[in-house]
Design a protein around this ligand. Structure first.
Ligand code: ASP
Ligand code: MG
Length: 474
């Protein structure tokens, strides 16, 4: 089997965890195949995130750079050096490997220092320089993992996205891979190493544009890197290793009896992934769907658990009407209304355009057939900007009134078995009504895969538990 395995930052942020991951990879590398042939070995491509907290720290340090604050920047440089060097010092047993690891890491740490020193003089961070800074998180963690593999007796090499050829456009911060070129280059570069019985370790999250500048592909992007690579090398499976057991029937912090889902379809996973305990990059499943590569969610701290398998065709026994109850907290509802909106083509376009231009993302939309009001759900931290912009640009013209509820929760009931089944909505609303919870807004799309409703945030626990019980998900 050829498997791409991605490890999240919380799986590799200490010597103990690094050793654990190295043993785990070694175990799968030499595992007997399903026919019991022990001389066969799996081919594994490893993709890694930055050590836990690194990406956030870099984003944080960009703020200090903009303010021209040298002190916290030096603290950051010191801390980053220490964290990475300590793992080598205390973790790599073989002395010559230890020296080699230092030789590889030290120039990257120096480069990070030089860049920050330069930028702080300018007190400026452009999207391009921010991506360059962010690249250090993964460029530092990747050699660490590779040297641990060497120390555990595997043949390995660390490579950046630039080395293997993950080419993207120049949308810094949210770059898109240029798949045709990427596929050719990545398969060419990795195939040679795999033939040589190597276990390559590749940076997640980052790419390179046509000018050779580092780009990033969005927060949590290592999942996406893993599937891009999976597609390129025609992997049999992609495994996303992190610190949770898998996709769940509900958030275990809300429902005590929530369970791990054994199998879900790609479309179901897309509906669940953004909101569950395991956040998956929204685009990560695209390459897997295209190449029909099954994706597994697994927990490095609980390898006994087989995790969740995401495939195009989940087995029949895993089919249920409703599979999971997902929650999105920290959201707010905006309702715009006015009789001027009725029968006036272009009203919705103006509203959405105003929000889009100000980079406010809308999560949920509903309009009544009378057309006199449109309700939208946005993240709470975007509420201020959203209402401000609507008021400045449209109030008194297209719209008469902007109402806000600043503390709501979205509950999404997900399952492809809901399609064409009568009575699901009745069960949902019946269960919630029994708990005396008020529903503020509702949406269901044509696919019937997802029924979403908005309640006051304080009612969220109650409603989710009611639904979890109603659909017997425990
Ligand atoms: N390190 C990046 C982030 O924290 C990418 C990843 O973890 O997948 O967003
Ligand atoms: Mg991360």
């Amino acid at each position: 089997m050829r498997i791409v395995m991605k490890f999240g930052g919380s799986a590799i942020d200490s010597v103990k965890k690094m050793n654990n991951v190295a043993e785990l990879i070694k175990g799968y590398k030499s595992q007997a195949d399903h026919k019991g042939k022990s001389d066969s070995s799996n081919e594994i491509v490893v993709v890694v995130s930055a050590l836990r907290g690194m990406t956030d720290s870099i984003i944080n340090v960009c703020d200090k750079v903009r303010k021209g604050l040298k002190e916290p920047i030096y603290e950051f440089i010191q801390h980053t050096r220490k964290v990475h060097l300590d793992i080598i010092e205390n973790g790599i047993e073989d002395n010559s490997l230890k020296s080699e690891a230092l030789l590889e890491i030290l120039p990257i740490l120096d480069e990070l220092r030089d860049v920050l020193e330069g930028l702080v003089l300018l007190s400026e961070v452009t999207p391009k320089s921010m991506d360059y800074l962010l690249s250090f998180g993964e460029r530092l963690s990747t050699p660490l993992v590779s040297f641990f593999l060497l120390d555990h007796g595997l043949k390995s090499r660390s490579l950046t996205a630039k080395d293997i050829g993950i080419l993207t456009n120049s949308e810094f911060g949210e770059a898109s891979p240029l798949m045709d070129t990427t596929k050719l280059r990545v398969s060419h570069n990795l195939e040679i190493l795999l033939k040589d019985n190597m276990t390559p370790v590749v940076t997640g999250f980052i790419g390179v544009d046509q000018n050779g500048s580092y780009t990033t592909i969005g927060r949590g992007g290592s999942d996406f890197s893993a599937t891009i690579i999976g597609l390129s090398v025609q992997a049999n499976e992609v495994w996303l290793w992190s610190d949770v057991d898998g996709l769940m029937t509900a958030d275990p912090k809300i429902v005590k009896t929530a369970k791990v889902l054994r199998e879900v379809s790609f479309t179901e996973a897309m509906e669940m992934a953004l909101f569950g305990a395991k956040y998956i990059h929204p685009r990560a499943l695209e390459p897997a769907i295209e190449a029909k590569i099954p994706v597994r969610i697994r927990n490095t701290f609980n390898t006994q658990n087989v995790g969740t398998l995401i495939t195009s065709k989940p087995s029949n026994e895993s089919q249920k009407t409703v599979k999971s109850i997902n929650t999105i907290r920290n959201t707010a509802l905006i309702d715009v209304s006015g009789s001027g909106m009725v029968g006036a083509p272009g009203t919705a376009a103006k509203i959405f355009d105003t929000l889009a231009k100000n980079r406010v993302n809308i999560m949920m939309i509903s309009q009544s057939p009378s057309e006199s009001s449109i309700s939208m759900v946005v993240r709470k931290n975007a509420l201020d900007k959203a209402t401000n912009m609507l008021e400045i640009n449209l109030l008194g013209k297209v719209i008469k009134k902007v109402n806000v509820n600043n503390d709501v929760a979205v509950i999404a009931v997900v399952g492809s078995g809901m399609r064409g089944i009568k009575g699901v909505a009745a069960k949902v609303f019946g269960a919630i009504a029994k708990r005396d919870v008020n529903v503020i807004m509702i949406t269901q799309g044509y696919s019937e895969l997802n029924l979403a409703l908005v309640v006051n945030n304080k009612d969220c626990e109650e409603a989710v538990n009611a639904l979890h019980m109603e659909f017997e998900l425990s």
